[in-house]
Design a binder for this molecule. Structure first.
Ligand SMILES: Nc1ncnc2c1ncn2[C@@H]1O[C@H](COP(=O)(O)OP(=O)(O)O)[C@@H](O)[C@H]1O
Ligand SMILES: [Mg+2]
Length: 361
């Protein structure tokens, strides 16, 4: 077999990940049960009568190049199984994991051993929940490790590592050992190490889940801030809705190995696909999810502040109230006027309609 090329892109252009028809059955003879699963055999029947575990069923997700794809679900829903298919730490029972720009997509599932090794090392970096730092190496050495494995020279390694150590807020700790750092600081090292690899794909499996709430929010800010600059394709796993909504450009919700809904956070909050998702989103602060572009109306500029179309409406409300105005002008990323947004509409969107309130009571 000819090995597909791994020259997907230079490290500067973002790489999309297109998952198609992905199935994973755990057990001694997974292929044997594919036809039955395709016919609709349930996870429960497969487990109870045949001793196999249906890890993933027919996953189709187009992960945005240069964006943050969040995969959310309860424990055991298949999140880790899914992310591990992207760098093929797990082989699928069926399906494709296509990476790269549209014209040159490469299927990770079809890669031979050397192409796969190359892909893993140079196109992907992982950040784990349990940090996975080497205890006998300093912050500096841990951060350089990936480049060292790639055979990058000492000086280049050092410069790259120092840049990211500083960027994640650990300047001055280069010579510390992991056990001298708090959990939050250790995870900053984990992030610096992943960023130093400069791989276009960053895989983060519950990377912030072990951290205390305040430190966790802090890390989310660090990640969002850095992402503005690097524009990597990030796959971020979480079981926390607030985290998903804060980070995700695109969110897929898994349940029992299946995608039950995917879309923007706003789409999910405004139109939950079923009762399961509805129960997740019920208590969400809509003001922090709905963006100005959703509520704005076309119209000429008004006397009021200017807000970005992507700004969440709670921030717009804060601005309007501070300036004592009733409406704001909405502009696109290029600063062009695209419409206006009224305080009344913002309040209407943040407070659930009466019918929903009654239904909950
Ligand atoms: N190697 C394995 N063998 C058998 N079952 C597995 C294996 N790995 C994961 N599973 C099962 O697959 C399902 C999804 O697990 P996982 O992807 O770890 O979920 P999550 O990360 O969402 O908590 C669970 O039912 C789990 O028990
Ligand atoms: Mg997991």
């Amino acid at each position: 077999m000819v090995e597909p090329t791994t020259h997907i892109s230079t490290n500067t252009s973002p790489v999309g990940i297109d998952i198609r028809g992905l199935y994973k059955i755990f057990g001694p003879t997974p292929e044997k049960f594919m036809p039955a699963v395709l016919e609709g055999m349930s996870k429960q029947e497969l487990r109870e009568n045949h001793g196999h575990v249906l890890g993933l069923r027919d996953i189709n997700i187009q992960m945005p190049a240069g964006g943050i794809q969040v995969v959310m679900g309860l424990s055991g829903s298949g999140k880790s199984t899914l992310i591990r298919h992207i760098n093929r730490l797990i082989d699928p029972t069926a399906g494709q994991v296509l990476v790269g720009p549209a014209e040159q997509q490469v299927d990770v599932v079809q890669m031979g051993p050397s192409a796969l090794q190359h892909f893993r090392r140079e196109q992907t970096a992982m950040v784990f929940q349990k940090f996975a730092l080497f205890p006998h190496l300093t912050v500096q050495e841990n951060t350089e490790y990936g480049l060292q494995v790639q055979g990058v020279d000492r000086k280049t390694r050092r410069t790259a590592a120092l840049r990211w150590i500083e960027r994640v807020g650990l300047k001055g700790y280069e010579d510390s050992y992991p056990n001298q750092l708090s959990g939050g600081m250790q995870q900053r090292v984990g992030l610096a190490r992943a960023l130093t690899n400069d791989a276009p794909i960053l895989l983060m499996d519950e990377a912030f889940s072990a951290l205390d709430p305040l430190i966790r929010t802090d890390m989310q800010s660090v990640l969002l801030d850095i992402q503005q600059e690097i524009g990597k394709t990030i796959v971020f796993i979480t079981h926390d809705l607030d985290e998903a909504l804060r980070l995700g450009d695109h969110i897929a919700i898994l349940r029992d190995g299946e995608v039950v809904q995917q879309g923007t956070g706003q789409q999910i909050v405004l139109k939950p696909a079923d009762d399961y998702i509805e129960s997740f989103v019920r208590d969400v602060n809509r003001g922090r999810v709905i963006r100005c572009r959703t509520l704005m109306q076309p119209g000429a500029p008004v006397d009021g502040p200017t807000v970005d179309a992507s700004l969440v409406i709670e921030e717009a409300a804060r601005l309007l109230s501070a300036e004592g105005k009733e409406a704001a002008n909405v502009v696109n990323t290029k600063g062009k006027h695209v419409g206006t947004i009224a305080m009344g509409d913002i309040i209407g969107a943040m407070v659930p309609p009466r019918a929903e309130v009654a239904a909950e009571a």
